[in-house]
Design a protein around this ligand. Structure first.
Ligand code: HPA
Length: 263
């Protein structure tokens, strides 16, 4: 049975409009939805099981307000397998089910001293610093346009909603490093020079896959740390998960308001 057939069998008549992909330590956002069905990735053909802490590996179908959403609680990263297209089956399945937009969250390192840990940044564009692409080998229309890949209307709406509910939201460029080692201070200085404001190990490949599948994309980063070398001290994944979980309240409120008024 294909993933789409399994989802239709488990949630008959349910057509999600927005797909929400939750990043490291941010799975708690799923509590904002009134669930109709919860399906472990293991039961969905092609869905890759995350292997790192902070990613549950479940698809939750339900409503936030009156908006039907499909929530991917956990993602697989390029560094887990060396394959950049592991999220392709999930993203294509949600597009086939009827989603028109992919909203992503991630934990990221801040490149800006005015965005301390706990800050949020709406992504306006990305830099793919890995040299990898999830569309390697794809024969069906792989030359995807990446101008306005992060939908400018959705970016504006997120920033407006942030102002409306009194949550400070920055905006800026996200740079994708492959991980799993954190960046060196020299790499971070290079990233600043290139114009990035946040660094992470995800999101860009899913944006490329989503644009290829015809979805609009919006994404919000939660800063869990200053990037390497910006301030003294070492970086670690456990810290990422802990800060993301502790600081996710504002992101939850922002996304709830965004989804409730999705229209
Ligand atoms: N670098 C890369 N990915 C990250 C970071 C970082 O500093 N923080 C959270 N995810």
């Amino acid at each position: 049975m294909s993933a789409v057939e399994t989802i239709k069998a488990r949630a008959p008549g349910f057509t999600p409009r927005v797909a929400l992909l939750l990043g490291s330590g941010l799975g708690g956002l799923v509590e904002e939805a009134d669930a109709v069905a919860t399906i472990p990735y293991a039961e969905l053909a092609g869905f890759a099981q995350p292997s790192v802490g902070g990613h549950a590996g479940r698809l939750v179908l339900g409503h936030v307000g009156s908006t039907p959403v499909a929530i991917l609680q956990g993602r697989v990263h390029y560094y887990e397998s060396g394959k950049a297209d592991e999220m392709a089956p999930a993203i294509r399945a949600l597009a086939e089910l009827g989603c028109e937009t992919l909203v992503q969250t991630n934990a990221a390192g801040s490149l800006r001293l005015d965005m301390p840990p706990g800050s949020m940044m709406v992504i306006t564009d990305h830099i793919n610093f890995t040299g990898a692409n999830p569309l390697f080998g794809v024969r069906d229309k792989p030359f995807v346009d990446m101008v306005d890949a992060y939908d400018p209307v959705l970016v504006r709406r997120l920033l407006e909603i942030g102002r409306g509910v009194n949550i400070r939201c920055h905006d800026g460029v996200y740079i994708w490093f492959c991980g799993p080692s954190f960046e060196t201070p020299a790499e971070i200085r290079a990233a600043v020079t290139l114009g990035a404001s946040a660094v992470g190990m995800s999101t860009a490949p899913e944006t490329i896959l989503a644009r290829h599948a015809g979805l609009k994309v919006a994404a919000v980063s939660l800063m869990t740390n200053y990037a390497a070398g910006l301030v003294p001290g070492a970086l670690g994944h456990d810290h990422t998960i802990a800060v993301a979980s502790a600081a996710s309240g504002d992101l939850r409120r922002l996304l709830r308001a965004f989804l409730e008024t999705y229209g």
